[in-house]
Ligand binder design. Structure first.
Ligand code: PEP
Length: 258
């Protein structure tokens, strides 16, 4: 059960999926059946669909996020999109350091930190992803990896700079694999991450910071994950592309909801 001062957040990462029509159909289906959720809801379409989806979300509580950004505002960075451009396109949030970016596109902890600084300067809510690979877990390096990633991304700020930051614990072995961390594994990692944040910036910031779980979250497993005290929401990939399933995740049932 999430602490009452941390509003649960469910974010859908659409990854590289969707024509403009498919994006519009998906978001229209979500808006139609969402109602007034007590939890915060975010969708992250690909760059090309941001303005179309943003337009369709105008009268909805669902907020718009991008999946990545560059750390400079403008300039000779062919193929990149800046935080200033995301803000201009209507984004509220941006996902940073997703493991697919880290693994395939060279996003190191240093890169994530630069992007975080730029996102905060644009008043975008950063959703910073961290998580260990299977090999790291099996060789008992999970905590060391999480510590390095948290420190790598979050050092060099004042605590007040980081009040809007959201972390997403996404074990790489659970992303898109159908293998979800058990609620106990998720809770253990989230508590560890919160303690790392407390060590860097104090308990007040750490207790206020939302830590999402990501990795094969489905309508079937969301309730038990969300029942954990340090799991404050979910970052959802595959299951966010199906409106009925995503809405079931958004309306998860945990002891907090009773
Ligand atoms: C993700 O991409 O952030 C993710 C968690 O994907 P999936 O839900 O498909 O595992």
């Amino acid at each position: 059960m999430t602490a009452p001062h941390r509003r649960p957040l469910i974010a859908g990462n659409w990854k590289m999926n969707g024509t403009l029509k498919e994006a519009a159909d998906l978001v229209n289906a979500l808006v139609k059946d969402l109602g007034s959720p007590s939890h915060e809801v975010i969708v992250a379409p690909p760059f090309t669909a941001l303005t179309v989806v943003g337009e369709l979300l105008k009268k909805s509580p669902i907020k718009l996020s991008a999946q990545d950004m560059h750390w400079e505002n403008s300039g000779a960075f062919t193929g990149e999109v800046s935080g200033a451009m995301l803000k201009d396109a209507g984004c509220h949030a941006v996902i940073l350091g997703h493991s697919e970016r880290r693994r395939m596109f060279g996003d190191t902890d240093g890169v994530v930190q630069k992007k975080l600084k730029a996102a905060l300067a644009q008043k975008l809510v950063p959703i910073v992803c961290i998580g260990e690979t299977l090999e790291e877990r099996e060789s008992q390096r999970t905590f060391k990896v999480l510590e390095t990633q948290v420190k790598g991304a979050l050092t060099g700020f004042a605590p007040s700079d980081l009040s809007t930051v959201v972390l997403a614990y996404e074990p790489v072995w659970a992303i898109g694999t159908g293998k979800t961390a058990t609620p106990d594994q998720a809770q253990e990692a989230h508590l560890f991450v919160r303690k790392q944040v407390a060590g860097l910036y104090g308990d007040a910031l750490a207790q206020g910071m939302r830590i999402l779980y990501g990795g094969s979250v489905t309508p079937e497993n969301v309730d038990t994950l969300m029942a954990q005290p340090d799991v404050d929401g979910a970052l959802v990939g595959g299951a966010s592309l199906k409106p009925i399933g995503f809405l079931r995740i958004v309306n998860f049932k945990s002891p907090a909801a009773h």
